[in-house]
Design a protein around this ligand. Structure first.
Ligand code: PEP
Ligand code: MG
Length: 573
């Protein structure tokens, strides 16, 4: 058997060797037809499939809750909500009544839901795996075939699959499943998040390479080296073992930083906070020693839930977030950021240039009830922790004046209704456009904190849509233009004694952290997976040296030059 070396991309970090178990493509169920004549019989079969799916999902949900955690189990509550949704049931039944086979009706619904999702941003696009998960499960019950039961695996293996559904991952036993290789996956997918929570290394490889991995072959998966080796030879196995030892050592070193302060060599404290896109991320809060939550993207917590308008549901949700962190740690919940590429609910208004349209705070002013309900719920939950409220995509000072007026109105109402709330909840704005950045001084005087959203700031700085791969090279956060504007915001924040956080993707980029700290950033917020590594990197920096580095970086002419400068700096640490 010849050896094959394949390049892979890490989705969940880890290193393992085992036998490949190649899973068959599970969408083939949609090719089956039931050939049932009577409409009533077809509807009955569909109803039966729904009931069976419901029972199965309940088991998976409880199994996940016991073995992985409550936030992860909530993924399956969302699946059950689809089955309970009368709009979904009616859509399928009316297709069945019009003469379409139930399996085909499921497949049609699956495809049209996925087409809708494909126009959404990365976080929502990946929900198509959840759509697969539900529809495949229902279709299997329609057809009467069994879902592959991974709980029965009792030998050490590495799963190899085209793509994976969350319920499949939830059924794995990490004692036997040493790794997973997939052709299609995303860091934001529920399946990835579950694998992360269960500590199963996950690697994505290109489709042609994926087809080269045969069932039963010996496989090394090594996210540290971004490699998959099929049929490794004795040298590979020796090298693997020493890399595995080094990997375990590096994990132990990182883990030892969990309860340490984030402090530079010259004793400057940096506040390392966590971004939350999914409630399940909160499970990692303690484990990485996060020092607060710098950004909860509230728009992702509802997943199009029709109960969004319900104030009580929101109070419960925010209370549970506030209670899941240490009392003194700050929790920054961002007001719904709809518009742009996030159009999950209320997506009736389609604009030609959504990124330049009714986005963020503009959207909320148009849908004022959404804003008022969320603000009321946030203030009511505020008594349970240290809440900060952050407004997205604020572009003018007048908008901020309106925001502050609405906040006051909500507080007055709550007082009149005798609802307790924290009167000192801090109000902040995201700096996401060059216009807002240039007015940072005025914003800083009027509100309690600023948060630089570098993902958006750079797309608007360089007029390069963040979702368009063709212009990705222009959208470069290391470009000195970005560094200059961040520096300006930091200076304005300092003058007004208003803290400035950076919460876009650059906050966790190892080439950007030295520059950001050098420019004066003292609050960073990032995905939990980056916190320990960032703490380790910061502990090796000294503010005096990164200030000089940042000064040089600002004087560069392009992003590439900045990166070379930082790489050289890091090599000499
Ligand atoms: C940003 O724009 O950098 C940001 C943090 O917000 P989002 O990525 O949700 O737009
Ligand atoms: Mg943004």
């Amino acid at each position: 058997m010849s050896k094959t070396t394949i390049d892979g991309r890490e989705l969940v970090r880890g290193i393992a060797i085992s036998k490949a178990w190649v899973l068959e493509e599970n969408q083939s169920v949609f090719k089956t037809r039931l050939n049932l004549e009577a409409v009533d019989t077809r509807i009955e079969r569909f109803q039966f499939a729904l009931r069976e799916t419901q029972i199965e999902l309940m088991k998976i949900r409880n199994y996940t809750e016991d073995r992985v955690g409550t936030p992860q189990a909530a993924i399956f509550d969302a699946h059950m909500m689809v089955i309970d949704d009368p709009v979904f049931v009616q859509a399928i039944e009316s297709r069945i009544q019009s003469g379409i086979d139930p399996v085909e009706a499921m497949d049609d619904w699956r495809k049209s839901s996925q087409t809708k999702l494909s126009h959404m941003n990365d976080y929502l696009k990946v929900r198509s795996a959840d759509v697969d998960d539900i529809t495949i499960r229902i279709a299997r019950h329609l057809v009467g075939t069994r879902t592959f039961d991974a709980t029965q695996v009792n030998e050490e293996i590495i799963f190899v699959a085209e793509k994976l559904t969350p319920s499949f991952i939830a059924s794995l036993n990490p004692e036997f499943v040493k790794g997973i290789i997939v052709a299609e996956a995303s860091p934001f997918a529920h399946a990835t998040m579950l694998a992360q929570a269960m500590g199963i290394p996950l690697m994505q490889v290109d489709r042609p390479d994926f087809l080269r991995i045969k069932h039963g072959a010996s496989v090394i998966i090594d996210t540290e080296a971004s490699l998959v080796i099929v049929n490794p030879d004795a040298d590979d196995i020796r090298a693997f073992k020493s890399r595995r030892d080094a990997y375990i050592q590096s994990l132990e070193t990182l883990q030892s930083l969990k309860d340490k302060e984030t402090r530079t060599q010259d004793n400057v404290d940096i506040n390392l906070m966590m971004n939350v896109n999914e409630l399940s991320a909160l499970n990692h809060y303690e484990e990485v020693g996060a020092e607060g939550i710098g950004l909860v993207r509230s728009e992702f917590l509802f997943n199009g839930d029709k109960n969004l308008s319900n104030e009580e549901t929101q109070v419960d949700l925010y209370r549970s977030i506030l209670k899941s962190v240490h009392e003194n740690n700050v929790v920054t919940i961002r007001i719904l950021d709809y518009g742009g590429d996030k159009r999950f609910i209320h997506d009736d208004e389609v604009e030609d240039n959504p990124f330049l349209g009714t986005r963020g705070t503009r959207y909320l002013f148009k849908h004022i009830d959404l804003l008022l309900t969320q603000l009321r719920a946030l203030f009511r939950a505020s008594v349970h922790g240290n809440l900060q409220i952050l407004f997205p995509f604020v572009t003018t000072v007048d908008e901020l004046k309106d925001i502050l007026r609405i906040v006051d109105q909500v507080k007055t109402e709550l007082k009149e209704e005798a609802h307790p709330f924290d009167n000192d909840v801090k109000i902040g704005v995201m700096i996401e456009t060059p216009g807002a950045a240039l007015m940072a001084g005025e914003f800083a005087e009027m509100c309690d904190f600023l948060s630089v959203g570098t993902n958006d700031l750079s797309q608007y700085m360089f007029a390069a849509d963040r979702t368009n791969a063709r212009v990705a090279k222009y959208n470069d956060a290391a470009n000195p233009a970005m560094l200059k504007i961040i520096k300006h915001v930091l200076e304005q924040g300092k003058n007004a004694d208003t803290p400035v956080c950076v919460c876009g993707d650059v906050a966790s980029n190892t080439l950007m952290i030295p520059i950001l700290v050098g420019l004066g950033v003292r609050h960073l917020s990032m995905d939990h997976t980056h916190i320990l590594k960032s703490r380790q990197q910061i502990s090796r920096l000294s503010v005096t040296s990164v200030e000089k580095l940042a000064q040089h970086a600002v004087e560069c002419t392009g992003g590439e030059q900045v990166r070379l400068l930082v790489k050289d700096f890091i090599n000499h640490l």
